[in-house]
Design a binder for this molecule. Structure first.
Ligand code: BV8
Length: 246
């Protein structure tokens, strides 16, 4: 179904000098990466993300958490960026200052060619030591369960931000700066429930930005959006790029 892009939004984007986009799991969904809520397929359905994506869960059962991430990492290796990712690359070429902030940990924006990606929640492909925080490029898969840190012997973990953990200072600082200085702020494919990331669109609004939400369903952010484009980001974003820049 062709998506109608409001003409007021088209003219705004044509003259836009600074634009910031915040993406969530919905942008990767059409690549076949289950959204965070769906990330628990049959193998893991008895757990909720909050049960697995926390330091306590890892302390309690490091192998269970390690295996969940290993399964998600393998899934991410199998998939490709989708037209939504590609449209965001095109937007970064058309708008002088375009900053992409993502909650996603799958690295698909980088694979699609987005030049600047601020990863608020880390990256599932990177691994670090649970004890000394050393980021480990490659690691030996071990039979018994969770690989050990080559530097200190501690357990290795995915380099992602778990619930109850602070976001990378620099990334959050850059994201806030991008929200405060943009004319148009996009919130795309996110349930707008997870803080402090979900605070960024409100921060942008407080600084006078026009807020555009593209999402398959309404969210707590929808009432604040100047434009809410319901539907799939892999369809709406390409339609928006075509309507704006041909
Ligand atoms: C912290 C990495 C403090 C791991 C993730 C207020 C302020 C600060 C914190 C809190 C607060 N209130 C509560 C908290 C605590 C908590 C929180 O927000 N809890 C929630 C449940 C209320 N926040 C934290 O714990 C954060 N840490 O603040 O610590 C602190 C500070 C300093 C020092 C020490 C401690 C950490 C949060 C980060 C957690 N890690 N990910 C991993 O991936 O395994 S969050 C996880 O959820 C993912 O990263 C994901 O990005 C994120 C949000 O999910 P979404 O991306 O939105 O995905 P979701 O599935 O929810 O929604 C997808 C949407 O897309 C849906 O709406 C769907 O309809 C739509 N969709 C689907 N398909 C499509 C689509 N739309 C368009 N097209 C499609 N095709």
């Amino acid at each position: 179904m062709p998506h109608e892009i409001p003409t007021r939004l088209v003219s705004l984007l044509r003259s836009c000098q600074q634009c910031t986009a915040l993406t969530g799991a919905g942008v990767s969904q059409e690549s076949g990466v289950p959204t965070f809520r769906e990330a628990l397929d049959s193998l893991w359905e008895q757990y909720s993300p909050e049960d697995l994506a926390t330091p306590d869960a890892f302390r309690r059962n490091p192998k269970l958490v390690w295996d969940w991430y290993a399964a998600r990492r393998m899934k991410v290796e199998e998939v490709q960026p989708n037209p939504g990712h590609t449209a965001l690359v095109e937007m970064s070429r058309r708008i002088p200052h375009f900053i992409l902030v993502t909650q996603n940990v799958d690295g698909l924006h980088q694979r699609a060619g987005s030049p600047v990606v601020i990863e608020l929640h880390g990256n599932i492909k990177r691994v670090k030591c649970f004890r000394c925080e050393e980021v480990v490029g490659i690691w030996a898969e071990v039979e018994s369960g969770v690989p050990a840190c080559p530097a200190c012997g501690g357990l290795l973990r995915p380099d992602v931000v778990w619930f109850g953990e602070g976001l990378p200072e620099q990334a959050m600082q850059a994201a806030r700066q991008a929200a405060a200085s943009c004319q148009v702020f996009f919130s795309i494919g996110t349930s707008a429930l997870i803080y402090p990331a979900a605070g960024l669109p409100h921060f942008a609004l407080d600084h006078g930005a026009t807020l555009v939400e593209i999402n398959a369903e309404t969210t707590p952010l929808t009432p604040y959006a100047h434009f809410h484009l319901p539907g799939l980001s892999g369809e709406i974003l390409p339609a928006l790029v075509t309507a704006t820049w041909g």
